[in-house]
Design a protein. Sequence first.
Length: 318
Amino acid sequence: MVIFVQFYFSEFRKLFNCSLITIPCSLITDLMLKLFRINDPFRLILVFVTLVLFRIPVFFSDVPLTAPELNLILVGEGMANGKLLYSQIWEHISPLTAFIYKWLHVFFGRSHFANLVIASLLVFYQALTFNSILSRNNVFTENTYIPAFLYVLFASSHQSLLLLSPALLGLTLLLSVLKSIFSPKKEVRDFDIFKLGLLLGMVLTLHISAWVFVLWAMISLSIFRGLNLRQYVLILHALSFPLAIVLFNFYMNNALSELFVSYFSPVLNFEQLYYTDYLTLLLVISIPLFVARLGGFRVLTYNFYVNFQSYCQQTMLL
């Protein structure tokens, strides 16, 4: 986090062509953490301001679009012009994501700025939702706005979360799934189980690679909730409902085989397109992974959490 804050201060100096007073980055980090540690709803304004400050260099930079981002824009433009996904547009994009980009093109055209603004507002909503889940369920002994601040921080540190990518869209629904898993109720109603499965199915229509999180939800529920067989069948039934709607839609357009070839088969195909080498990827994920493991070890060795708090933290570590 210290490195990330220092990077943005350097970007501001380049952007506004001004010399700022050199402040120790550790002092800046400590000050920001103290500000968000106070449980005051007005801190939400600071969270939003922090989000805007972190993304100003992106708003006014001339960084070109990446290949996946350009594909999303072109697919949305093609669907807005009446072309059918998978049969007339050959791309492995998820159907619900393509539908969203279709209407994004209808209202805003190829506006890159509109895409950035909508994605930033969505990240702000996700940060508030994540912080609310932790606070209402008393996951930690102290309720603060530090989780929202950290969510905004890390959501502004990766290219795929700066725009309306399938990963960002899927995270919105996964937070609702997390809310259901973290529910303090001992007995889970069938309606809640069905809603959870429905959300997981919608996540798959947004980002097919999110099947990993579907597996995570199933394991978390089996370990910490102890659902019976009937409830698992209910989850699978609800999960298949959004997929069935997608299948029916493409069947009516005589594009069912194209759907399987372009959308489902790449999951079973291990041939992937890599945009970077393994060494660069390892360097990118090594530092946050190391910090996350240190934080997880620190949380698990703290002896003053109740059983429900420990359950929520173990679910996150899983």
